[in-house]
Design a protein around this ligand. Structure first.
Ligand code: ARG
Length: 560
């Protein structure tokens, strides 16, 4: 808010030469407190006004006036602004109390739609850590987008098609056992799939067998289809349990197979635009000018592939939702694929190709190396979540043995820990998996944040706080850092969405909780003067931390 006020005033004074947005972007928050709460550097604009930055700052400073500003000082080419603490505090608390869960909302996304491709696990395979990353990052981005006013469509584009299903069908026909698949579908199907690969090394005929079954599947053979559908439903049922634990829902679950009979139109369109070229018997779109390897559209045996389905799906999504942005939350090992998709869509002259964005992320590592599904030594996500909940329960037993509803709190803390551990890192970096780091109350963890909320809740209860009796004109020097942090929330939400970076919110919340704990340590909240006002601040904090966690997809128990 103060940044907007400052940008508006400066743009009035400076006239047409500079846009308000430019000024806004150039406002800084000084690192040192004695330099004020906001600063505007005059260096970049000085030449245009034929003045030195120092002169310009001296001229501008006295013209800036607002109730929010306590004092405006020109200091060596900067305009430093100190906010009026009393006024700002009251303004902030009032705003949080009236807006509550809507605090931090924006309207710049209104009337626009974002389609988010997230999670997208492959059926008949375990839900991997990569898919977890996609799920939680995608879900947080969807929450942020909604907070910015966008309509969102979350799509789970499950991997339910491809030549690997031919192998799986062949494997099932040889070694499958109905009962075992029924009782533990993913484990059993993975087992026979791995066995297929092992035995195919010795016996190349198996590969032929697999090809044959894939052909059958493509041609709609009844037995092949029935088995495939069974594997798919059974897998989805298991995935659903994970989504329930994570608290993630989708607007649409539509796998790759849906696009099978729709790809002809895409291939025709590519032909019409004369984009298809032949390469070793396969059909490709050349991307030489873009400096990329060709995008494979049809293999030499006529089967189509991943890219063709993604092109078809993108066109379909645009037709269905006329999206303003389409985000693909997928690991960075698929960067080339998404560059190719975007360029091919561009070559088809779809103007919306520029709004197709790959939101890539790094790997989940264990002891510094990649977790792999193939060798069967993967940590199963299902077990990770169970283990995290179990551990959380042990911690809660220790800290608060008398707590009612321990199970529910343990679930919220355990699952929250796994989600937060992922989201606190810049998504582009690899993340080292460590259950003990996730769960500690002392570190930068979900339980640390959740516990700050619990503490706030308990103070409010002890003080018998009633929001109707809230008093917002707190005058307390010690509260100032916390107030400033509360005030920064809307801006953080905006930046986190615009940069597709939920870690901005995660880091913000850690600092918010730290400042709250600091205030709590140095102030006797329940004693002395201004009781209602201090409680109102605690209440404001509890609203913001809860909403921040919610944006990340993490629940906040009131007791733990
Ligand atoms: N199922 C794919 C995989 O596990 C991810 C799909 C991502 N989304 C997409 N539209 N390609 O690698």
């Amino acid at each position: 808010m103060e940044k907007h006020v400052l940008a508006l005033q400066l743009s009035h004074i400076l006239g047409e030469k500079l846009t308000r947005d430019w000024i806004y972007e150039n406002i800084e928050v000084p690192k040192k407190e004695k330099m004020g709460d906001l600063a505007f550097p005059c260096f970049k604009l000085a030449p245009a006004f034929r003045k030195s930055p120092q002169e310009l700052a001296r001229e501008l400073a006295p013209q800036l006036k607002h109730d929010l500003f306590e004092c405006v000082q020109p200091v060596s080419g900067y305009i430093n602004i100190f906010l009026n603490q009393e006024f700002t505090t009251e303004h902030t608390l009032k705003q949080i109390l009236t807006e509550r869960a809507s605090y931090g909302k924006h309207s710049f996304g209104e009337g626009k739609t974002v389609v988010i491709d997230l999670s997208a696990p492959n059926i008949a395979k375990p839900f991997s850590m990569g898919h977890l990353r996609s799920t939680v990052i995608g879900n947080a981005l969807a929450n942020l987008a909604e907070h910015c006013g966008y309509e969102t469509v979350k799509i789970n584009y499950i991997g339910d098609y491809g030549t690997q299903f031919g192998k799986l069908l062949a494997a099932y026909k040889m070694w499958g056992n109905e009962e075992r698949v029924k009782s533990n579908p993913i484990a059993e199907l993975t087992k026979i799939y791995v066995r297929f690969h092992e035995e195919a090394k010795e016996d190349p005929e198996l590969i032929e067998e697999g090809r044959g079954w894939f052909k059958k599947l493509e041609q709609g053979d009844e037995e092949a289809l029935t088995l495939w559908k069974w594997f798919k439903d059974a897998s989805l049922e298991e995935f659903d349990k994970i989504y329930q634990m994570l608290g993630v829902e989708f607007d649409l679950t539509r796998g790759e197979a849906y696009y099978n009979d729709k790809m002809v139109a895409t291939v025709d369109l590519l032909k019409e635009h004369q984009l298809l070229a032949e390469s070793k018997g396969a059909q490709v779109v050349r991307l030489d000018e873009e400096g990329l390897p060709p995008c494979l559209i049809k293999k030499s045996d006529g089967t189509s592939i991943y890219a063709t389905r993604d092109l078809t799906a993108a066109i379909d999504r645009y037709q269905s939702y006329s999206f303003d942005e389409a985000l693909y939350v997928v690991g960075h090992e698929q960067s080339l694929h998404f560059q190719q998709i975007k360029h091919v869509l561009g070559k088809l002259h779809f103007p919306w190709a520029r709004d197709v964005k790959h939101i890539s992320f790094g790997m989940m590592l264990q002891n510094g190396s990649k977790m792999s599904t193939r060798r069967g030594k993967t940590i199963l996500l299902k077990n990770v979540l169970k283990e995290a909940i179990q551990q959380a329960k042990i911690n809660i037993e220790e800290k608060n043995p008398g707590l009612e509803n321990k199970e529910e709190a343990a679930r919220q803390v355990g699952v929250g820990s796994v989600i937060f551990h992922d989201l606190k890192h810049d998504r582009r970096n690899d993340v080292e998996f460590s259950l003990s780091d996730m769960l500690t109350f002392e570190g930068n963890t979900a339980p640390y944040l959740q516990y700050a909320f619990v503490r706030a809740h308990s103070i409010l209860q002890k003080g018998a706080f009633d929001p109707h009796q809230a008093e917002t004109h707190l005058n307390d020097e010690k509260a100032w850092p916390l107030i400033k942090q509360l005030r920064a929330f809307p801006q953080i939400v905006e930046v986190a969405y615009k940069e597709y970076d939920p870690s901005k919110v995660a880091k913000y919340l850690l600092e918010l909780a730290r400042l709250f704990n600091q205030y709590y340590t140095h102030t006797k909240i329940l004693q002395g003067e201004q009781l209602q006002k201090k409680l109102t601040l605690v209440y404001g904090f509890s609203i913001v931390i809860k909403e921040g966690l919610h944006l990340l997809g993490i629940e906040a128990p009131e007791k733990m």
